[in-house]
Write a new protein. Structure first.
Ligand code: MSP
Length: 683
């Protein structure tokens, strides 16, 4: 194995087996899988770990209720997770279960190290102490009295009374690691992102850290504490340890040494609900035990549905099995990663899912692939046309003016080795900014689709003198399609391999060698064309397809038909204050989808919006908070003036303006009367 490769571990939380998988679990796992695939594509050496968290009081209770043993219950639910990951094309390197013996041995090794550890000020890192407090069996944790709802000391998360508990427990002296944690996080040796979560954790440290108990009496289903066999280790100590036990910590195994101890990055993808355990407890315990600590933690936002928290009681859960079955794994993976920036909360709506499928997948990428391949089949006898290199002169001779832009785009933005399409998109994946990686890629897809309309290959085909020009154009287009397949493969592995099949490269997963320009060999036969993403109707049902011809422009990015372009009046319009069409054309109006919204503190009217403009995500400040609740705005498609100079409102930068009218002085947003894809021009 080459030592120059960057080595990393990527993990998801291990999921509780108290219930069947949830869409939030799928979200984190898709993100981790995508990042792992993107890193492998970039030539990195990656270990991707996921699994199930199988111990604790909740499992004891559920198994009892079901009349089966704890192990039987865990086996069934853990298998459900693995089968779901198969459906989502998740390719993990290891699926850990905390009921495995190798995990138990690893946890006990870590425990022994902690028992012998000293704090920076020379005290025992673990000590025996008395604990009394309100315990929530569902959270498996003690609660502060102020958090509980009265009467009955009800846990706010589980709506059930907590129990007053007194017991002798082992404690971990977290308070002694305050300084070390602050320094590690502030210096970014432990990089916590998004920044808001980093600040939240630094805020918790500032308030003072409390020691926490690491053993539990009364729980049987867990790893027994050797010194006190009627106690088990606290479920979070048990669970967090999976990140090293799965790699072979118990026996100092090869994977542990290579990926964890010797690797360049130890990255945990987590939800915002579990950041304290991951960013405070876990690094402090590892540090005390003399084990390398994580280097990066990224907390994803939460998915809501129709503006509300997902909950079985309100009946608004999103079934991850139904989601993947509806339009296939590629569409589900694409949607959750594209719809919102990874760290933000966002709202799932069925119409957005179907809308994105039709706009981004059926229309944009689907049309591009089918048009490029149909033209190559028709004009080049189903073979790769003559080559074209960004360095050399085109073999085509004279290039039509309309095709010039496309040539320039290729030479400078697509093929450039360190600044081209591949470098940009892989860089965004690396930043865990999936929506921008995809927006960047879709920007190119839009350009390629537009280039077809401009170059009019069907006209070139009619003129034998322009044969070279036609072939050079189609070669670039097919190479563009190939690169799109390579770069989309971390998110949509199936579509990528099918595109490779259509290009005559065999259905396979793209690898690092495929990132280079010009790999299609002129004269080689192309494969047969298969539909990638057939259109669906509003309910997600297959639509009767209108066949796409090479001249059919995609709905987006196509220039407006000439007849629809308003013709400027020959004589000056009456009324000197009217503007002419050229002035109006300076204003760039675009459809924008709100992906996050938050009221600006101290202002009655202002709300900070994060909007998806199709090719980028932007922050816009709008004066509509008196008429709309921030949460209700997420998911709406509005109209934004996209080319306004940035301005600051109450110190917050705004990059655009949202259009609205008003009724009785209250803002009313302008919108569309059908689903329009983000970024669509409004004219
Ligand atoms: N077992 C612990 C984790 C131990 S890790 C050492 C646990 N499990 S869990 O099953 O409750 O999963 C929690 C994770 O699921 C969250 O951190 C998050 O990644 C994901 N999500 C659960 N609900 C979610 C949403 N509604 N939206 C997005 N993700 C959420 O906690």
């Amino acid at each position: 194995m080459s030592t120059s490769k960057r080595v990393s571990v990527i993990t998801t939380p291990i999921y509780y087996v108290n219930d069947v998988p949830h869409v939030g679990h799928a979200y984190t796992t898709i993100a981790a899988d995508t990042l792992a695939r993107a890193r492998r594509l970039g030539g990195q050496d990656v270990f991707f770990l996921t699994g199930t968290d199988e111990h604790g009081q909740n499992i004891e209770r559920i198994a009892r209720e079901r009349g089966i043993s704890e192990q039987e219950h865990c086996d069934v639910i853990s298998a459900a997770f693995r089968s779901l990951w198969d459906r989502y094309d998740i390719r993990y390197d290891r699926f850990i279960r905390t009921t495995e013996d190798v995990h138990r041995r690893g946890v006990l090794k870590l425990w022994a190290r902690l028992r012998g550890a000293k704090t920076p000020d020379g005290r025992d890192a673990v000590y025996l102490g008395k604990y009394s407090g309100w315990y929530c069996p569902r959270c498996e944790g003690f609660k502060d009295e102020e958090e509980l709802r009265q009467p009955d000391n009800v846990c706010p998360d589980h709506e059930r009374p907590c129990e007053w508990t007194e017991e002798e427990n082992f404690f971990f002296r977290l308070s002694a690691y305050e300084g070390w944690l602050r320094e590690t996080i502030e210096s970014d040796r432990l990089r916590i992102r998004p920044d808001s979560r980093r600040n939240e954790i630094l805020g918790v440290i500032k308030q003072g850290l409390k020691d926490f108990s690491v053993s539990r009496a009364r729980v049987k289903w867990g790893i027994a504490v050797p010194e006190q066999p009627d106690h088990v280790l606290y479920v979070w100590v048990d669970a967090l340890s999976n990140y090293v036990t799965a790699l072979g910590f118990a026996d100092d195994g090869e994977a542990y040494r290579h990926y964890w101890a010797g690797g360049d990055e130890r990255l945990h993808l987590i939800g915002k609900d579990i950041i304290r355990f991951h960013c405070l407890y876990w690094p402090a315990m590892l540090h005390a035990a003399g084990v390398p600590v994580p280097t990066r933690e990224f907390a994803q936002g939460f998915i809501t549905r129709d503006g509300r928290k997902l909950s079985k009681t309100t009946g608004n859960v999103i079934d991850p099995v139904a989601l993947v079955e509806r339009l296939g794994p590629d569409a589900a993976r694409y949607f959750v990663l594209r719809e919102a920036p990874y760290g933000a909360d966002w709202d799932f709506t069925d119409s957005a899912f179907v809308g994105r499928y039709n706009a981004d997948l059926a229309n944009d990428i689907g049309n591009l692939v089918s048009r490029a391949l149909t033209m190559a089949a028709k004009y080049c006898d189903g073979k790769v046309p003559a080559g074209w290199s960004p360095a050399g002169p085109t073999t085509a001779g004279a290039v039509a003016a309309t095709a010039l832009d496309f040539t320039r785009t290729f030479a400078t933005t697509v093929c450039a080795p360190n600044a081209g399409l591949a470098a940009k998109v892989l860089g965004r994946y690396e930043e865990i900014d999936f929506s921008s990686a995809l927006a960047e890629l879709w920007g190119f897809i839009g350009q390629f689709n537009q280039a077809i309309v401009q170059a009019e290959p069907w006209s070139l085909a009619k003129d034998p003198a322009r044969r070279g020009e036609l072939e050079a154009f189609l070669y670039r287009l097919l190479e563009g399609v190939r690169l799109v397949a390579v770069l989309v493969s971390p998110v949509m592995p199936r579509a990528a391999s099918r595109i490779f099949g259509m290009l005559g490269l065999g259905e396979r997963e793209p690898g690092p060698a495929d990132l280079a320009w010009g790999l299609l060999e002129p004269g080689r036969p192309l494969g047969s064309i298969v539909p990638l993403f057939p259109r669906v109707d509003r309910d997600g049902e297959p639509k009767k397809e209108t066949p796409v011809s090479e001249t059919t422009p995609p709905t987006l990015d196509a220039p407006a038909p000439a007849a629809a372009t308003p013709v400027p009046a020959a004589a000056p319009a009456p009324g000197g204050d009217r503007i002419d069409i050229a002035e109006f054309a300076k204003v760039e109006l675009r459809a924008a989808k709100i992906t996050a919204a938050e009221k600006i503190a101290g202002s009655k009217k202002l709300v900070r919006l994060q909007v998806d403009l199709g090719t980028e995500s932007r922050q816009v400040v709008a004066g509509i908070a008196d008429a709309y609740e921030a949460e209700a705005l997420v998911g709406k498609t509005v109209i934004v003036v996209a080319n306004l100079k940035p301005a600051k409102l109450m110190g917050v930068e705004s990059n655009g303006m949202v259009l609205a009218g008003s009724i009785d002085g209250k803002a009313v947003l302008c919108s569309f009367d059908a689903e329009v894809a983000p970024g669509t021009k409004v004219k």
